[in-house]
Design a binder for this molecule. Structure first.
Ligand SMILES: Cc1ncc(COP(=O)(O)O)c(C=O)c1O
Length: 365
């Protein structure tokens, strides 16, 4: 009996066995974090006040998301039922794919893009159709249009995209939605605040458009895990069947109210990052480092064959950056998050020293 128990360990679904493991390089990050596109400073001080006012008794209750959902929906100019809060956009992607993708379906994915689309799609029985961007990494609109088939069920567009920083226009998004009426067009606006353009106003008028937003980036609440999906009522009804009613915890709900109310802080942080981005672009140009135009709080740069050393040299100088070499079409490229102007001054010093070391041929390990 004991032997039988030992050999009969339950096998996961074949799909799960075939999934690639994904381990984001977290750990030892108490330094300048320019590797995960987070807010590099802090969230609004109003969030701390809201947290301090939380009573221990309130933690005994299950979180009640509807009132906060209604508030967020009003903030976005939508009806409460059109908005679902999620445990970060990651849960939103997961739930959306579980809701809409089944065997025989195709997920259309412009690449390179955010890793988790492929991770969650690979847990479904749908096929991922990757549509490679050209070397300029611009949104591959024509190639996407050409890749639409009757099986296309979801088109996932990060706008702005990561790691490229490039954007799809409103017209391109609308055209894709028009050409694939059988598909959900997910527009992931995780970096919306640094771009300023949105299709949120089209939610409810375009029948197959769903927009995602996160509170992990400009708002600085990545640790609380807060995101949302906004879409037409009939689609959101299905999404809610799959979504856990309790996946957003009560501390996150309390903090969300406070963060959303403090528009002054958000505007200040975004302004600071945009100013820092311009300065950093100038520094990259001066250093002769190729970069891709970015509408987000990060920039992709070309380092070349010695990208691993570059990342190590930067880390040794106290600056974490993210090697994107394993992303499709990104060999030798590194993504650098933009923080405050002060922080980016430190990054420029580290970058110039690292480039000098690489160019002199020294510093190998
Ligand atoms: C395009 C995009 N969407 C979503 C996320 C994750 O958002 P969240 O922290 O809300 O899960 C990221 C994080 O890097 C991202 O780049």
């Amino acid at each position: 009996m004991a032997d039988a128990l030992k050999t009969a360990s339950p096998a996961p679904r074949a799909r799960v066995q075939a999934m690639k493991e994904y381990h984001p390089p977290l750990g030892c990050r108490d330094t300048l974090r320019l590797d995960f596109n987070e807010n590099t400073l802090a969230c609004s001080p109003k969030v701390r006040e809201a947290l301090a006012a939380v009573s221990l008794g309130s933690l005994t209750r299950y979180p009640e998301r509807e009132p906060v959902e209604a508030m967020v929906a009003a903030h976005l100019g939508l009806k409460a039922e059109q908005v679902a809060l999620t445990n970060g956009v990651d849960e939103a992607i997961h739930v959306l794919f579980e809701t809409f993708l089944e065997a025989g379906d195709e997920l259309l994915l412009p690449v390179p893009t955010y890793t988790m689309y492929e991770v969650y799609a690979s847990a479904t029985d749908a096929r991922v159709i990757a549509v490679q961007a050209a070397d300029d990494l611009r949104f591959p609109f024509e190639r996407l249009v050409a890749a639409i088939t009757p099986k296309t069920k979801v088109i996932a567009i990060a706008n702005p995209n990561s790691p490229s920083g490039s954007v799809a226009t409103r017209e391109q998004i609308l055209e894709l939605a028009r050409r694939a009426p059988q598909a959900v067009v997910l527009v992931d606006e995780a970096y919306f605040h640094f771009y300023g353009e949105t299709v949120m106003d089209l939610v409810g008028t375009v029948p197959n458009l769903i927009v995602a937003r996160t509170f992990s980036k400009a708002y600085g609440l990545a640790g609380l895990r807060l995101g949302l999906l906004a879409g037409p009522l009939d689609l959101m009804r299905w999404v809610r069947r799959v979504l856990s009613p309790y996946s957003v915890n009560s501390l996150a709900l309390v903090c969300l109210r406070a963060a959303l109310a403090d528009t002054e802080y958000l505007d200040w942080y975004v302004g600071e990052v945009l100013a820092a981005r311009s300065e950093f672009e100038a520094a990259l140009d001066a250093a002769g480092v190729r970069r891709w135009p970015s509408w987000a709080n990060f920039i992709l740069v070309e380092i070349g064959a010695r990208h691993v050393e570059f990342v190590r040299l930067m880390r040794d100088a106290g600056v974490l950056v993210r090697d994107r070499s394993s992303d499709p079409g990104c060999d030798g490229r590194v993504r650098i998050t933009i923080g405050t102007r002060e922080q980016m001054k430190q990054a420029v010093v580290a970058l110039n020293e690292a480039m000098a070391a690489l160019r002199s041929g020294g510093e190998t390990r």
